[in-house]
Design a protein around this ligand. Structure first.
Ligand code: 5RP
Length: 251
C-alpha cells in the first residue's frame, strides 16, 4: 500500500512522487484504522472522504468490520455508501456519532477548518458537530497559516431568496479584508444548488479576517445565511499525508 512506501527507510525508497489523490488516499486509509466494529460513523463528502468510505465498505465486505452504521453528510456520499452495502441512518435516529471522517479545504495550526468547496458544509457541520471524535483527512496542500489565506473560496450557504442582498451584506462585512462575494455556479453556468436547496456564496479574501469566532458570529447574524464553512474547534484529529509521510495532529 502507499503507507508502506512511505514508511520504508528513505535510503531504500525509490524516488516515488505521489499524486495528490494518492496522498488523499493515504490519509483516508490511516483514518479508517481508527474505526471499530459497532461504531456509528459520520461519512464525509469529497474526493478524500470518498477513499475512506470505499475503505470502510471494503472492510465490511471482508468481515473485518461489523455492525457499522453510517451517517452520510451528502446525497452523493449516501449513494456511494449505499452502493457499498454500508448500513445507513441519520441524525434523527443517532444524535451522537462515535467517529466522523471527512476532508477539508484548509486546515490552520489550531486545527480549525474551511470546508464546503464541495458544497456539503451544512450537513457536514450538523454531523461533525455531534460526534465524539472527528478525524479530518487532508493532503499537505491544505495546510494554511490563516483560514481564508489560500486565496480560495470561503463558502457560505445562503437561502436563494434575494441572495444578492445576502452576498452584499457578506462582502460589506469583510470589506477591510478586501472581500469579494460571488455566487457559485455549476458546470452549466446555473447557480449551484446544495442538497438542501440553497445557494453558495463564496467569499474571496485578500487579507485574513481576524478573530475567527467573531467573524463566524457576524456571518451567522446575517438573515439569509444558513451556515458558513468555517469549522472552528471541531476537528479532534487531523491526519496530513505529505511526500515525507503521515503526520497526525491531535487537539
Ligand atoms: C465538501 C468538503 C470537502 O471535504 C472539501 O471540499 C475537501 O474536498 P476534497 O477532499 O475533494 O479535497 O468540505 O463540502
Amino acid at each position: 500500500s502507499f503507507v508502506e512506501v512511505l514508511s520504508r527507510p528513505p535510503s531504500l525508497s525509490p524516488p516515488v512522487i505521489l499524486t495528490q489523490d494518492e496522498l488523499k488516499k493515504i490519509a483516508a486509509y490511516k483514518a479508517v484504522e481508527f474505526v471499530e466494529s459497532g461504531m456509528v460513523l459520520g461519512l464525509g463528502t469529497g474526493s478524500t472522504a470518498k477513499h475512506a468510505v470505499d475503505r470502510i465498505g471494503e472492510l465490511l465486505r471482508l468481515g473485518k468490520l461489523k455492525n457499522i452504521v453510517g451517517i452520510p453528510t451528502s446525497k452523493k456520499t449516501q449513494e456511494q455508501a449505499f452502493s457499498l452495502g454500508i448500513p445507513l441512518s441519520d441524525l434523527d435516529h443517532h444524535s451522537t456519532i462515535d467517529l466522523a471522517i471527512d476532508g477539508a479545504d484548509e486546515v490552520d495550526p489550531q486545527l480549525n477548518l474551511v470546508k464546503g468547496r464541495g458544497g456539503s458544509l451544512l450537513r457536514e457541520k450538523m454531523v461533525e458537530g455531534t460526534c465524539k471524535k472527528f478525524i479530518c483527512i487532508v493532503d499537505e496542500s491544505k495546510l494554511v497559516k490563516h483560514l481564508g489565506g489560500s486565496g480560495l473560496a470561503m463558502p457560505v450557504e445562503v437561502v436563494p431568496f434575494c441572495w444578492k442582498f445576502t452576498a452584499n451584506k457578506l462582502q460589506n462585512l469583510f470589506e477591510d479584508s478586501g472581500c469579494v462575494a460571488k455566487l457559485r455556479n455549476d458546470s452549466k453556468g446555473k447557480p449551484f444548488v446544495t442538497d438542501n436547496g440553497n445557494y453558495i456564496v463564496d467569499l474571496y479574501l485578500k487579507k485574513d479576517i481576524g478573530d475567527l469566532q467573531v467573524a463566524s458570529d457576524a456571518i451567522l447574524r446575517i438573515a439569509g445565511v444558513v451556515e458558513h464553512g468555517m469549522f472552528l474547534d471541531m476537528a479532534t484529529t487531523v491526519i496530513v499525508a505529505g511526500e515525507l509521510g503521515i503526520t497526525i495532529k491531535n487537539k
